[in-house]
Design a protein around this ligand. Structure first.
Ligand SMILES: O=c1ccn([C@@H]2O[C@H](COP(=O)(O)OP(=O)(O)O[C@H]3OC[C@@H](O)[C@H](O)[C@H]3O)[C@@H](O)[C@H]2O)c(=O)[nH]1
Length: 411
């Protein structure tokens, strides 16, 4: 009996111990859970607070940026020093297409000379950033206007440059290209006649078409397909020249016509689509360099500052017939691809792709007229000009990659 009671006591003790263990386990477990929950709640709360703080900070940054922008407009801008001209020498000059690649370089030179500049651009291929260095200057005015519509202002000289110039651009909207070069030119000639201004028309080597005379002098009439894909531009420019001499004869006007050959340099758009920008951008990105057709077609390339000097020399001369402005050093496109590849370095392969319809096969200016009447000839060698252009595109590419974080697709 005693043995049974002892066993019962032992069992009871064991049972109590078991109960104690279970209750300790449950207590510990529930404590751990509540600690985890608290930690979770804290973390959630912290994340929420952090997110709120970040949102507040972002909002504050936006407000500060807006404040900074409004303050910046009050700080006087630093401009390059322009020459002081008295009222007898200072001219009011209109440049149509003045925010474009060539136009903006012309603006820089004429501004530095001390003239009053009015730039008109519809920003189809022109960019405000090309002339931003002058915005706000007392000698400078920028007008957003499409010269297909009339313009009424008072000026002494007009450089009429407005027109897309790169083949893929001018072919994109051929009717608009024709309107710009016909209606636009009529409007500018009308303006020049009203205010008795001298007008310089930017014509092109494309008026010679796919030439059967080489090199091309101004007396050559050209070989143009009037219904081909380039006609909107080359025929457009031919009409532009015809209009200019019709007005000059009928209205006794002071006119200048520059036939501009292939030109390159900084401020060409990355999507320009012409051979210089395409090849440089392709080489800089180790992409294939795309030569259209056999690559045996030739071009002669002039640096933009030479063109600007030529345009000003023509305007200031008293020579009224067309003048070729170009660099007579001629290269095949195959040679040009190799020149760019060697200058840029990198691993680009040169690839031949389909030829372009009506692509002029040979082009080289005869510049005897410019030499004789303007005392002008190009000064910048291809090597020097290309190096400056490569440096410019390197910077553009860096900026583009920073903003878009990818590479540039060539059109
Ligand atoms: O990626 C390219 C681009 C162009 N090319 C070739 O390089 C040559 C030059 O072509 P571009 O597009 O630079 O210029 P184009 O000579 O055809 O026209 C230019 O002529 C003179 C100016 O008035 C104008 O700026 C423009 O119309 C062409 O034979 C063209 O087929 C290539 O092989 N690869």
């Amino acid at each position: 009996m005693i043995n049974f009671v002892t066993k019962l006591q032992t069992l009871f003790t064991l049972f109590i111990i078991l109960l104690l263990c279970i209750s300790i386990y449950i207590t510990i477990n529930s404590q751990t859970n509540s600690t985890n929950k608290k930690e979770y709640d804290n973390t959630f709360e912290n994340t929420y607070v952090l997110k709120k703080e970040l949102e507040d900070a972002a909002q504050r940054i936006i407000e500060l940026e807006q404040r900074l922008q409004s303050l910046e407009t009050r700080i006087p801008k630093k401009y390059a020093e322009v020459t002081f001209l008295n009222y007898l020498k200072k001219r009011r000059i209109l440049i149509t297409g003045g925010a474009g690649f060539v136009g903006s370089h012309l603006v820089d030179t004429l501004m530095l000379q001390g003239h009053d500049l009015i730039v008109v651009d519809n920003f189809f291929t022109g960019r405000k950033q090309n002339v931003e260095q002058w915005i706000g200057h007392e000698n400078f005015e920028l007008i957003h206007h499409d010269i297909v519509n009339p313009l009424f202002i008072e000026v002494d000289q007009i450089y009429h440059l407005a027109s897309p110039a790169s083949p893929p651009h001018y072919m994109q909207n051929p009717v608009k290209t024709i309107k710009t070069n016909t209606l636009g030119t009529i409007n500018m000639l009308g303006l020049a006649r009203r205010v008795n201004a001298t007008i310089l028309i930017a014509s092109t080597s494309e008026v010679y078409g796919d030439p059967d005379k080489h090199p091309q002098s101004e007396s050559y009439w050209g070989h143009v397909n009037p219904i081909g894909p380039r006609a909107c531009y080359d025929e457009g420019k031919r009409v532009s020249e015809t209009l200019t001499y019709a007005y000059a004869k009928q209205e006794n006007m002071n006119v200048r016509v520059a036939r501009i050959f292939n030109t390159y340099g900084p401020r060409m758009h990355m999507n320009d689509g012409r051979v210089v920008s395409n090849f440089i951008l392709q080489a800089l990105q180790d992409h294939e360099i795309t030569v259209y057709g056999s690559g045996n077609q030739t071009r002669s390339f002039q640096y933009v500052s030479d063109l600007v000097d030529g345009l000003i020399a023509l305007m200031e001369s008293n020579y009224t017939l067309p003048v070729n402005i170009g660099n007579p050093v001629e290269h095949t496109i195959n040679e040009f691809a190799t020149i760019i590849k060697e200058l840029v370095g990198g691993n680009s392969a040169i690839k031949h792709v389909a030829e372009v319809e009506d692509d002029p096969q040979r082009r080289k200016p005869d510049i005897a007229r410019a030499k004789k009447y303007l005392k002008w000839e190009p000064k910048v060698s291809l090597n020097v000009g290309l190096q400056k252009t490569v440096n410019y595109f390197k910077k553009e590419l860096k900026l583009f990659r920073f903003v878009h974080s990818n590479s540039v697709t060539i059109i």
